[in-house]
Design a binder for this molecule. Structure first.
Ligand SMILES: [Zn+2]
Length: 289
């Protein structure tokens, strides 16, 4: 049984000291963390707060932050960290009257000034497979060269991805962290259809639970992640955890280091402690897929 810790949104804008403070106690005990890294991240303001959230459009290469880069390289070399690809720049689009625009301050304010709640689209939920495949291949190569590692997994920004995005991931030979969407928009394969059938059966038999198995679609695999954020339904998460433990399924917890403070941080440590105590083993997602 595997416990996977996934931390999203590492980029040029991240602070290695904050990461070190949170994860050093885990690394010291041999616990591994799978980091979802944005190769050319844009700056976000007020993440998680839709009333104020906006982004700038200038994308910064991770390598321009040498402290962050060195921190990651050291953790990879020690076998403590795995790097997954988290989009290209993580720039959202927002719905406006005549289409979608980047979620800049002026666009977001315009939508809000009309009294509407902005509807955001993740970077990989719009665009063609060709465009997205090129972004993945560029981002992957950049991080692999910069960090001297191999990337095997794609983590869709804001957990949104459509048919075109999945096609782009598969073309680049990657797996996906997360199990997104309820329709069949994956590659056509017998294995994939069997998996899809199994997902439907599971949903009918286990109301309120998420499909917990590694989903094999033939050319790529996916595994759902359970969010550990301020809006997490703790009881639902516990039910899911108990089910995974009982049946020997891997448990992937998905969090953001910058959100883990106070009670949320204490609860995160408790969950990890408890999981290891009852026999789960710390694994990278790449090992499980
Ligand atoms: Zn993200």
């Amino acid at each position: 049984m595997a416990l996977i810790i996934r931390d999203d949104d590492l980029s040029y804008w991240s602070d290695p000291e904050e990461l070190e403070e949170l994860y050093a106690p885990l690394f010291d005990r041999g616990i591994k963390v799978s980091f979802a890294v944005i190769p050319f991240g844009v700056k976000m303001h007020h993440a998680g707060d839709l009333r104020r959230f906006y982004q700038e459009t200038e994308a910064m290469p991770l390598g321009d932050n040498s402290e962050m880069t060195e921190w990651l390289k050291e953790k990879i070399a020690r076998g403590q960290a795995e790097v997954m690809l988290h989009g290209y720049n993580h720039l959202y689009s927002v719905e406006v009257l005549n289409g979608k625009e980047p979620a800049t301050r002026s666009t977001m304010d315009m939508v809000r000034s009309e009294g509407e709640v902005p509807r955001l689209w993740g970077e990989f939920s719009t665009g063609t497979a060709e465009e997205l495949a090129l972004k993945i291949s560029k981002g992957k190569k950049y991080l692999e060269t910069l960090l001297d590692c191999r990337i095997r997994i794609f983590v869709p920004p804001s957990n949104q991805i459509g048919r075109e995005g999945i096609l782009a991931v598969v073309r680049n030979g990657l797996h996906i962290s997360g199990l997104i969407g309820k329709v069949y928009n994956r590659e056509w394969s017998v294995r994939g259809l069997v998996t899809f059938g199994d997902r439907i059966l599971f949903a009918l038999r286990h109301r309120g639970l998420t499909y917990p198995k590694v989903a094999n679609y033939g050319k790529h695999k996916e595994l759902t992640g359970y969010a550990w954020t301020p809006s997490t339904d703790a009881q639902g998460l516990q039910r899911q955890f108990a089910y995974c433990v009982e049946h020997g399924y891997p448990f992937q917890i998905a969090t953001h280091y910058w959100e883990l403070q106070g009670e949320l941080k204490a609860g995160f440590y408790q969950l990890v402690d408890h999981a290891l105590e009852i026999g789960l083993k710390s694994r990278f997602l790449g090992e499980v897929l």
